[in-house]
Ligand binder design. Sequence first.
Ligand code: SP5
Ligand code: ZN
Length: 342
Amino acid sequence: MDVIYSPDHALHQSPGELNSGEFVAAFEKPERAQIILDRALAVGLGPVLAPERFPLDAITRIHDAGMVDLLRHGFAEWEKLGRKGGAFPFTFFTRGFRADRVPQNLEGRLAHYCFDAGTPLTATSWQAIESSAHVALTGAAAIVSGASSVFSLCRPPGHHAGSDHYGGYCFLNNAAIAAQHVLDQGAKRVAILDVDYHHGNGTQQIFYQRDDVLLVNIHATPEQEYPYLLGFADEPGAGAGEGFNLNLPLPWGTDWEAWSAALETGCRRVAEYAPDVLLVSLGVDTYLGDPISQFKLDHEHFTRMGERIAKLGLPTQFVMEGGYAVAEIGINAVNVLTGFEG
Ligand code: SP5
Ligand code: ZN
């Protein structure tokens, strides 16, 4: 399958993140995408193509213009204030604060839009963020044009970013932007299968009230794991979207046997929905060696995962999300894709 990739991802390099009370080196780093690309080339997965450019409108179909403005221009303001390091929030929005007023103050806007201490903006982050969305959009355009599968090697990842909030190393929701593009080009129904270790809270928030996007999420239970505040089993969707969100939370220590049972449940729901297109939010932080995760999948299980997804027989776009065992991320991610190809 074609691989969509841009070296621009390396323009986002986080200066670090807050982890258990310490400022540590960022887990989400440029080597991740480079190593996946190297592995895709090594196994001859397919031609590597550069993304096309798309109008900003393709992004603002999903995201709040004020948030996009902060992502684009926030760091320049930060620098003008004489700040060093990444643009991190210092205060966080929560219950009791004004949701209806977007502050003009930069600290206020960071507090309003960003929800964690792991997702800083740097001088060149926007170029990487926008490019990642274009990598997703280019993959979506390939599917619209009739490709049976495509791999959008997105970095930074996207599934924690909601319509008007960002965090979890994610700024724009690449998979959601791709799904909307496919719908805008005439598809009636899109399913998103999110296999990242973490719940895709952003994707869920974006489509929660909609029935033209089915979202199935397999992830570590928020009772134990980030993002803690969403991703429980009792979140079926709302309004027209009721019945079109399926969360399959699993406990720490989940192995392939239990994980693959959830995949079976998820795939049956996708088949029942009979979408025109399937999008896979492909995180491989379910790997047993992942430094921030607690599942037990091994290399060969990623191959099995791809094989099961292929049995759905749907035009399928894979969009890269998480995975932090950098030395093994290429093997794990590409195993899903070669498993899919059979
Ligand atoms: C795209 C993606 O996979 N984002 C993940 C963001 C997770 N960030 C917070 C991780 C918190 C891990 N806590 C580990 C506690 C042990 N020190
Ligand atoms: Zn993750």
